[in-house]
Write a protein that binds this ligand. Structure first.
Ligand code: M6R
Length: 612
């Protein structure tokens, strides 16, 4: 939700800030704005525009000079999408400029007291109170630093701020609480940004800022203080992906590139973790909690959207193989529930970005109860990765399309590895584990085969079913979460209604939707529930619904029953979701593209949901 970037150094700031915003555009694309400070003329230049960054660049002189700049790409929370509400926001004298990611929950009361003191506001946003508050406190006699600290203490909510003050023209001040912000350390230059993809423009050396940190940055040095505690220790790191991984390369969109990256995401996530001969896995991130994990007798697993569907899959895996009672709960619900927990409960949180507000809130909440927490995240050093007691990274590489694809496969692989780890501590024998690990080791090749076999097919099926306004997706057991994930993908990027269901549920209501031509996608690999799923297929066929079925290669028996058949390679039942999801990602992509949708940046959405 919103991306912010700031640069200070010897180089021209404008191209760096714009490029940084382009890399962060996945976080929000309702409007964009920048500020550049020209030290020689002592002039501020700022511009903002509704819509995408390209709208902004159209109206900016590309030669605008200045070696300090801040920028913002917005996902609207307070106030409509228009120029006035775009960032940066400023005080009455246009001296203090601010870009903000997050929400100021008590902005209304602060705003009305500032209005009573004569401040004039020019937007409907929550953010605008911040520069006015700073202005007011400075007017009351506080130093700039104290005014920032006191302003931060007065606001409630979440924020990552970049602040520029014309009276301190050699400095950007940044602050964060519950919204991501990273400092990149270049050679006599610094970059601040919401995530590593923008930082990578000038350096791979990073400092993760903690909640409560305020950073004073000029081109020669930076200083971190905290408005929450005296003692702030910052974790330094190195960006672990190449700049090329953030480019589209030969692909038209990030989403299709990331689908084609699925085999690699899985291979990279497995690398160095399989101990096939021992029938075991090596998960270094769990070493420090290994003995506590042996004592666990119940698991809560949480996440949002696609990450939740990976969690839902794990609910089946953990109960069946590790025999641990497991419940998957949506994070936005779990944070307000009162689940029964004990010292033997484990909380597992799944999140690609590692920044999702609801998921973070659940972890914080459970930590206060002393519950052991594990994170499955894709972004090294993200808030979730730093908050949990232990973790497993899913090495999918940067995922930039709003629709999550390769991260889902990598998360699922991590959860299978964790299942083996827990099962080996308990029930599963070496032989059983070895069988799973041997197949897992090769699964990336079958994912690749699934893409090659189905890319064209998905494209032509999208064309054939482009008339449809609604879809049902159904699957049983492991392929029920796949029905959920497949339908989410279609609706979020095509804006066509799609509903994912457990196959057995259709006769409890949804089958009433079926009429001649209504399309249902049925996920039916030849597994332990195949016969049952095929009965559901027959029920739909009897009502003249259109049927697209996903089944195992070599199973020709469905060609007469279904309108269209998609084949996936044979694999272990447990691993079939890693294959069955692939054609559904492809289908959603081609369907949305044919409808002319902006597949990478679907309307109303943002990649990283850092507000509640
Ligand atoms: O970064 P996270 O994995 O925590 O994000 C969770 C969801 O916001 C995310 O999966 C969302 O549902 C995607 N747009 C789905 O494609």
């Amino acid at each position: 939700m919103c991306g912010i970037v700031g640069y200070i150094g010897d180089k021209q700031a404008l191209p760096i800030v714009i490029k940084g915003l382009e890399r962060l555009e996945y976080r929000g694309y309702d409007s964009a704005g920048i500020l550049i400070y020209d030290q020689r003329k002592k002039e501020v230049y700022f511009e903002k525009q509704p819509g995408r960054i390209k709208n902004l660049t159209r109206v900016i002189d590309p030669d605008t000079p200045g070696t300090l700049g801040i920028g913002h790409t917005r996902w609207a929370t307070h106030g409509q999408v228009n120029k006035a509400n775009a960032h940066p926001h400023y005080d009455c004298q246009k001296k203090i400029f601010v870009v903000h990611n997050g929400i100021i929950e008590n902005f209304r009361e602060i705003k009305s007291s500032l209005i009573q003191r004569g401040h004039k506001f020019s937007s409907e946003t929550d953010t605008e109170v911040f520069p006015h508050l700073l202005e007011e406190l400075i007017k009351e006699g506080l130093s700039y630093e104290q005014a920032i600290i006191q302003s931060l203490k007065k606001i409630r909510g979440s924020f990552a701020f970049l602040i520029f003050n014309k009276d301190y023209p050699d400095m950007i001040v940044a602050a964060r609480l519950s919204s991501p912000l990273i400092l990149g350390l270049g050679d006599k230059e610094f970059i601040l940004a919401s995530d590593q993809t923008a930082i990578g423009l000038i350096t791979n050396k990073i400092v993760y800022l903690n909640d409560g940190d305020i950073v004073f940055v000029n081109k020669n040095k930076y200083e971190i203080k905290s408005f929450l505690s005296e003692d702030t220790k910052n974790y330094e790191g190195i960006i672990d992906f190449s700049s090329a991984e953030t480019e589209k390369g030969r692909f038209q969109n990030y989403m299709i590139k990331e689908i084609f990256d699925e085999p690699k995401a899985v291979e990279d996530t497995l690398r160095g973790r399989l101990l096939i001969e021992e029938g075991d896995v090596k998960l270094g991130g769990l070493d420090r909690v290994a003995s506590r994990l042996k004592e666990i007798d119940n698991i809560l697993i949480t996440g949002c959207g696609t990450a939740f569907y990976a969690a839902k899959l794990a609910e089946y895996f953990f109960e069946e193989y590790a025999q641990i009672s497991t419940k998957a709960e949506i994070a936005s619900e779990l944070r307000y529930k009162m689940p029964v927990v004990s010292e033997k409960t484990l909380l597992i949180s799944v999140s690609q970005s590692g920044e999702t507000a609801d998921t973070l809130a659940v972890i914080k909440n459970f930590k206060t109860k002393g519950i052991l927490t594990i994170g499955i995240t894709n972004v090294v050093g993200s808030s979730i990765a730093r908050l949990v007691d232990a973790g497993i990274y899913s090495h999918a590489g940067p995922e930039l399309a709003v629709a999550s694809t390769k991260a889902f496969l990598a998360q699922t692989v991590d959860l299978i590895l964790l299942m083996i780890y827990l099962a080996r501590q308990r029930k599963i024998n070496v032989g059983e584990a070895k069988e799973i690990l041997t197949e897992l080791d090769q699964i990336h090749k079958k994912i690749q085969e699934t893409i090659v076999d189905n890319d064209q097919k998905a494209d032509s099926l999208a064309e054939k079913y482009l008339f449809a306004k609604d879809f049902l997706y159904i699957g049983r057991k492991y392929n029920f979460p796949i029905a959920l994930e497949g339908s989410l993908k279609l609706k979020e990027i095509s804006y066509v209604h799609a509903e994912g269901l457990a196959s057995g549920e259709i006769k409890h209501g949804p089958i009433a939707l079926i009429e001649e031509g209504f399309p249902t996608i049925i996920i039916a690999p030849q597994d332990s529930v195949y016969e049952k799923t095929i009965s559901n297929l027959e029920e739909i066929k009897a009502r003249k619904g259109k049927i697209i079925v996903i089944t195992t290669k070599g199973n020709k028996s469905l060609e007469k029953l279904a309108d269209d058949v998609i084949y996936i390679p044979e694999t272990l039942e447990l691993l079939s979701p890693l294959l069955s999801i692939v054609p559904l990602h492809l289908f959603a992509y081609y369907f949305a593209k044919k409808l002319g949708r902006d597949v990478d940046r679907p309307r109303n959405l943002a990649k990283s949901v850092t507000v509640e």
